[in-house]
Design a protein around this ligand. Structure first.
Ligand code: ADP
Ligand code: MG
Length: 266
């Protein structure tokens, strides 16, 4: 059996009084595309942010290819052994180690947040230069490859203001790819786009899936879920209510809340 690319075990997230994730379990295999659907406020973004270590989970565990995120198991002080079965405890990783884990995970947001004073090429080059410390020439060549991959090879020297929303989002995808991530997370990547620009971004994502990238995608694009998802997960009120193939979850939902949601969306 292969190690799952992502393994989420009973994850809870609490913001003050607000219990946002209430015991989420999810496994994503290498090369799998998991589409996360659910009403606004159900905790989808929070879950992605926890996987990308933008949030620290309140309890539970997340593993990326078997490596625990944000924490490690250490021998517990002797006085704590009493009454415990194992002499270990969880401790937080150092910021630098968290940064190393995060660099394995690419994330694309609803708002592309490109640097306005930098060209597409410079936007894609900057993180590998700063974080990985690679040479200018290597970064430039790689950025060019990634921009060509998202169909932006002919606009590398354009500034964000000279690009459409769909083109900017494709640059943002290239920017994430330039870090050579093992997983890509997408949080409603087409929600801010004019309808006629949605297709080009979904196409780039589909190509990425066909190339074997492991992806977790939050989207309201049911067509994309049907075409591309290996696994569809429906979330509501901080819990995974139902998961399975698109056919199972979208076309033949078992849970009343899922039925209600797709009754409204479709
Ligand atoms: P979704 O992406 O499914 O719309 P979110 O994960 O954004 O849901 O939000 C889930 C809930 O968590 C919402 O009630 C939201 O207000 C709350 N929430 C999200 N981030 C924070 C935060 N940093 N502090 C407090 N509450 C938050
Ligand atoms: Mg959200």
């Amino acid at each position: 059996m292969t190690t799952p690319m992502v393994e989420i075990q009973s994850v809870h997230k609490i913001f003050g009084e607000l219990h946002v994730l209430k015991g989420v379990d999810l496994t994503v295999q290498p090369g799998e595309v998991c589409v996360l659907l659910g009403p606004s406020g159900s905790g989808k973004s929070t879950l992605l942010r926890c996987i990308n270590e933008l949030e620290f989970i309140s309890s539970g565990r997340i593993y990326i290819e078997g490596e625990m995120l944000g924490m490690y198991e250490a021998p517990a002080p002797k006085w704590r052994f009493w009454g415990q079965h194992e002499g270990t405890e969880l401790r937080r990783l150092k910021d630098k180690q968290v940064a190393a884990q995060r660099s394995r995970i690419g994330m694309v947001f609803q708002r592309f947040n490109l640097f306005p004073h930098m060209t597409a090429l410079e936007n894609v080059m900057i993180a590998p230069r700063k974080v990985k410390g690679i040479s200018y020439e290597e970064a430039r060549q790689n950025a060019q490859i990634q921009l060509e991959r998202v169909g932006m090879g002919d606009r590398m020297n354009h500034y964000p203001a000279q690009l459409s929303g769909g083109q900017q989002q494709r640059v943002a995808i290239a920017r994430a790819l330039a870090m050579d991530p093992e997983i890509m997370l997408f949080d409603e990547p087409t929600s801010a786009l004019d309808p006629e620009l949605v297709g080009e971004v979904l196409q780039v994502m589909q190509n990425l899936a066909n190339d074997g990238m492991t992806m977790i995608v939050v989207t309201h694009e049911i067509g994309f879920a049907r075409e591309v998802a290996d696994q569809v997960v429906f979330m509501d009120d901080g819990m995974i209510i139902e998961s399975g193939t698109a056919q199972e979850v979208i076309d033949n939902p078992q849970h009343p809340r899922t039925q209600d949601f797709f009754g409204k969306v479709l």
